[in-house]
Design a protein around this ligand. Structure first.
Ligand code: GLN
Length: 554
């Protein structure tokens, strides 16, 4: 592929795509996803077409079967792929919709290899890590770059160098650089620089060791990004430069900042992108941050302040709700509103240790997010009853819609003990039941109702207004249960408005009630489509309703 004219400069090699490969060292959980998507964001702003690929070494085919406790949120793409939450970072930073091929997992690769072997595609050969598995990885990466017509493929390798799970993938990257030409590949290594508390001295030994591991794998990093508490000192940079055989200016400080949206600025200021482009012989067009600076200004100088309650189950691990948190951050940036989040552990309400009223004291709005299983649901239902009756803004997401329907059925329609069959399979009034097509499904992986589905909005409804008076909209889904059609009539006759339904009229996609400042729930997960530049309309109007509820001006 030849790079389009717009990027040509005198000595440009004109070959695309270029490959940017990001590895991690010392520890996982250093924010590699944020750093990678920030760099991708900066490169996109330079005018390049970026194709991100995230590699996860685990043997699950996708993240769909993993517990959010262990691995954070399961993110869902338009095409129904259930994937690592880092894909969400790329979508949010790059404002683009990704696909299945943007996430490669160990499970996916080995499944492909074994399927090929059974088909006889390796006939006569002993199937081996090198070259068969590594060739498959390079093929997947090249094909994805081609399909996306990318100028640059940004490959983020999950975990750390030295993990058995990603060793063969790192080897594939070494081969890729050899085959594509070293000048077309740029390796970034993200490590941790701990500071000893007593003197605050920045220690470089773990970085030196992790770079050694990378060198053993045949890879010399072009840049080392250092995660640290305070800005990297000159002395630390010099030390890393000397011991890791790297230019001092290619040692970048990734110190603590108050918002993840400051990271692109932090990296840009240190010449990160300029350096990458220099190696690729491409022209750097100066600092290009889009609207980010302006939006960050709003975030730092808020005009309003509100507190939103999130009534979830995984409240101790905030990564389980990262898309919701980011969707709120996007609203905060656009509405210049400081949003405090209060995590409401609904199992406590369920046990009677605390009442819903006490738990929700002082909140300006409530979100009941998606979830699975029975634990905590009675507590969530109590919270929904409280906000419905006390006119506190409410946003229900997926399970949040289902429980709002249960609450309405019990307390407005008089269907005592109505429930979802997911929670109580023997309930007398199964107002939420499994989708008919789900009843025959046996396998668990990738079998829910997944991905983008359209909804037809009811003219004149709140949701219709929120989505700009569009008749049809589309949001992403991940569920097995739905509002039972047998109860549609009674729910509606008692005042529950079905403000969005599926085109075949079978499924309820949005509900709302009258005479309430904001009581909207959806079977979808609008948080997955919220972007820095374009907050989710549902979240935006929910936050706006919270602001308008009382005088939240600072
Ligand atoms: N557990 C519910 C279902 O499967 C809701 C799922 C969710 O909230 N994502 O339908």
């Amino acid at each position: 592929m030849i790079l389009s004219k717009k990027f040509k400069n005198k000595n440009s090699l004109l070959i695309v795509p270029k490959y940017l490969i990001i590895t991690g060292g010392v520890l996982s959980g250093l924010g590699k996803g944020i750093v990678s998507s920030s760099i991708a964001f900066l490169l996109k702003n330079q005018g390049f077409k970026i194709c991100p690929i995230k590699f996860d070494g685990y043997l699950n085919v996708d993240a769909g079967t993993m517990n959010p406790y262990e691995h954070g949120e399961v993110f869902v793409l338009d095409d129904g792929t259930e994937c690592d939450m880092d894909l969400g970072n790329y979508e949010r930073f790059l404002n683009m919709n990704l696909r299945n091929y943007n996430n490669i997992t160990g499970g996916k690769i080995f499944r492909l290899i074994i399927e090929k072997e059974r088909r006889g595609e390796f006939l006569g050969k002993t199937v081996q890590m090198i070259p068969h598995v590594t060739n498959e990885i390079k093929r997947l990466i090249r094909e994805t770059g081609k399909k996306e017509n990318a100028d640059m493929v940004v490959i983020e390798i999950g975990g750390t160098v030295g993990d058995i799970e990603n060793s063969y993938f790192i080897e594939a990257m070494r081969q890729l650089a050899l085959e594509e030409g070293k000048e077309n590949c740029f390796f970034i290594h993200l490590t941790l620089i701990p500071a000893l508390d007593v003197v605050g001295e920045q220690k470089t030994k773990p970085t030196q060791q992790s770079v050694k591991l990378l060198l053993e794998a045949g890879i010399q990093p072009d840049m080392i990004i250092c995660r640290c508490r305070e800005r990297l000192t000159e002395k630390t940079k010099e030390k890393i430069s000397l011991f890791c055989n790297i230019d001092k200016n290619a040692v970048i400080s990734d110190h603590d900042v108050s918002s993840i949206y400051e990271i692109p600025i932090l990296l840009e200021e240190q010449g990160t992108v300029k350096r990458i482009l220099e190696k690729f012989h491409l022209r750097y067009k100066g600092r290009k941050l889009g609207k980010l600076k302006e939006l960050l200004k709003n975030l730092k100088n808020p005009k309003y302040e509100i507190t939103i309650g999130i009534a979830g189950k995984y409240t101790t691990l905030h990564d389980s709700y990262v898309s919701i948190i980011e969707a709120l951050n996007h609203c905060a940036m656009h509405l210049a509103c400081k949003i405090n989040i209060r995590w409401i552990e609904t199992t406590e309400i369920e046990k009677g240790a605390i009442s819903a009223q006490e738990a929700l004291q002082g909140i300006d709005g409530l979100i009941v997010p998606g979830g699975f299983g029975a634990r905590g649901t009675e507590g969530k239902i109590k919270c929904i009853e409280y906000v419905r009756k006390n006119k506190v803004p409410f946003l229900g997401l997926c399970l949040g819609l289902q429980l709002a329907v249960v609450e309405f059925a019990r307390n407005v329609c008089g269907l005592n003990n109505a429930n979802s069959t997911e929670i109580n399979p023997k309930t007398k009034y199964p107002v939420i039941d499994m989708l008919p097509e789900q009843k025959k499904v046996k396998e668990k992986g990738g079998t829910m109702r997944l991905g983008s589905y359209p909804a037809i909005l009811k003219k004149g409804s709140v949701v219709w207004q929120i989505y700009g008076k569009k008749r049809t909209i589309s949001e992403r889904h991940r569920h097995r249960f739905e509002v039972n059609p047998r109860y549609h009539k009674i729910l509606q006759s008692k005042g529950l408005i079905f403000s969005g339904i599926s085109p075949d009229r079978r499924l309820v996609e949005f509900i709302e009630i009258k005479d309430h400042p904001f009581f909207v729930a959806t079977q979808a997960h609008p948080e997955f489509k919220s972007r820095i530049e374009r907050p989710s309309p549902l979240f935006f109007h929910f936050v706006n309703a919270c602001i308008n509820q009382r005088n939240c001006k600072i």
